[in-house]
Design a protein around this ligand. Structure first.
Ligand SMILES: Nc1ncnc2c1ncn2[C@@H]1O[C@H](COP(=O)(O)OP(=O)(O)OP(=O)(O)O)[C@@H](O)[C@H]1O
Ligand SMILES: [Mg+2]
Length: 228
């Protein structure tokens, strides 16, 4: 489902990623760990085509990414199969919660409004927020907003989900409610890559841990062996 092979990327003369390789099959949950600046976000952004890279290659959910600019049509196809959840929830502030969740299925997949709403309400149920469907994002807590962002990403039924430190902007209570949703997804067999500093969470959710340092993979293995 995910194969990254000898990926390198520079910003000017600065090597952000250096011959990074990793692989994961269907249902694998990869925790990406490493110090600040080690390249975790950059690697995740490469995986859904938000960043270009200089050398190596990526195959994700059956899509192939090569060095250099990605053709827009290829990116469009890729993003139907690869969902991403960011640190800052990035919800559309002027849309209700349900409209945030159903926008992509309606626009990208041309799902009819009624069906999109049914699917969207089901997803909001799954993240415990069905009663907030009509609310604006700004009236929700950070943890609730992040759960809406997860529901929104799931609405495209992505084969792979990417999470970039999904709880770093949240306090401990809100963190727990978001992590529970992600652990639940992992248990349901969703293929994921999760950037996290939270080792306890990585042990609960991950099937594999990859540690980056200064743009290189320095260690990888099962959570119980790799994490203290
Ligand atoms: N657009 C850019 N131009 C120049 N350097 C960049 C750019 N984006 C990232 N970098 C550098 O690349 C390195 C890796 O950044 P990245 O954001 O991927 O790290 P990270 O592991 O996600 O860190 P954090 O844990 O702080 O989120 C950093 O040294 C960063 O300064
Ligand atoms: Mg980062």
């Amino acid at each position: 489902m995910i194969a990254i092979d000898s990926l390198s990327k520079s910003h000017g003369s600065f090597r952000v990623l250096h011959e990074v390789s990793l692989a994961g099959g269907e249902g694998c949950v990869t925790a990406l760990v490493g110090a600040s600046g080690s390249g975790k976000t950059t690697l995740l952004r490469c995986l859904n085509g938000l960043e270009t890279f200089d050398a190596g290659g990526i195959t994700v959910a059956g899509h192939r990414l090569e060095p250099g600019p990605h053709p827009p049509t290829a990116l469009e196809r890729l993003r139907r199969d690869v969902g991403m959840v960011f640190q800052q929830f990035n919800l559309f502030p002027h849309l209700s919660v349900i409209d945030n969740v159903t926008l992509a299925p309606r626009m990208v997949s041309r799902m009819v409004a009624e069906e999109a709403r049914t699917v969207g309400l089901g997803l909001l149920d799954r993240v415990g927020l069905r009663s907030f469907a009509a609310a604006r994002p700004a009236t929700l807590s950070g943890g609730q907003q992040q759960r809406v962002a997860i529901a929104r990403a799931l609405a495209m039924r992505p084969r792979v989900m990417l999470f970039d430190e999904p709880t770093s902007a949240l306090d401990p209570t809100m963190t727990a409610e978001v992590l529970d949703v992600i652990v639940d997804l992992a248990g349901g067999g969703q293929t994921m890559v999760v950037v996290t500093h939270d080792h306890a969470f990585a042990k609960r959710a991950a099937t594999w841990v990859v540690e980056l340092a200064a743009g290189r993979v320095v260690r990888q293995g099962p959570p119980d062996e790799l994490l203290p």
